[in-house]
Design a protein around this ligand. Structure first.
Ligand code: AR6
Length: 179
């Protein structure tokens, strides 16, 4: 099932983000940018080893201490169908004080960076809701608030790519309650 929200500016799907033919996909990375499990691992596997080399260059140049929570960094997509990967780091729910603000920053900053690179389409996974433990419903409200605010400023088609039907349905139920 594929559903449109926000006057068709946002599509909600279930699938593997590494397969999407969009200008940019967002990676729920960690501070090191060196890969990990979950969607990060899937993106690195599908993009190939050049992605890790590009991330190492980002560490060597722009982010010697690692990418902070809520910040974004762009690489090519290499073997992915997406032209770019925008890496971001979501907050670890149990350990972070200003977590709602930082999670919003992931979305806000990724949209701005995609726009800066002339992207027309961008896909997000459900940042922080896996290993980083952000309760799904709480995160969904933040995503909706942030897209509502940020999409006015950016001419981008957004895909929210969930990894299970259950997550997609939970997100749609929250979006519909608020509509
Ligand atoms: N396509 C779309 N979504 C996916 C995919 C995929 N191929 N694979 C997993 N998901 P997580 P986090 C979903 O844990 O909570 C990594 O080790 C998954 O079901 O990947 O931000 C990093 O290196 C969940 O809904 O990201 C960090 O250390 C969502 O993606 C840490 O995990 C996010 O789950 C980041 O944790």
């Amino acid at each position: 099932m594929d559903k449109d929200l926000f006057n068709r500016r946002v599509s909600v799907i279930t699938g593997d983000i590494t397969r999407l033919e969009v200008d940019a996909i967002v990676n729920a990375a960690n501070h090191s940018l060196m890969g990990g499990g979950g969607v990060d691992g899937a993106i690195h596997r599908a993009a190939g080893s050049e992605l890790k080399q590009a991330c190492q260059r980002l560490r060597d140049t722009d982010w010697p201490d690692g990418l902070p929570d809520g910040e974004v960094a762009l690489t090519d997509g290499f073997n992915l169908p997406a032209r770019y990967v925008i890496h971001t780091v979501g907050p670890v729910y149990a350990k972070t004080k200003d977590k709602s603000h930082l999670l919003a920053n992931c979305y806000r900053n990724a949209l701005a960076l995609a726009d800066k690179h002339d992207c027309r389409s961008i896909a997000f996974p459900a940042i922080s809701t896996g290993v980083y433990g952000y309760p799904f419903d709480e995160a969904a409200h933040i995503v909706i608030d942030t897209l509502e605010e940020a999409l006015d400023a950016h001419d981008l088609q957004v895909t929210l790519c969930f990894f299970s039907d259950r997550d997609q349905q939970a997100f749609e139920a929250i979006a519909e309650q608020r509509a």
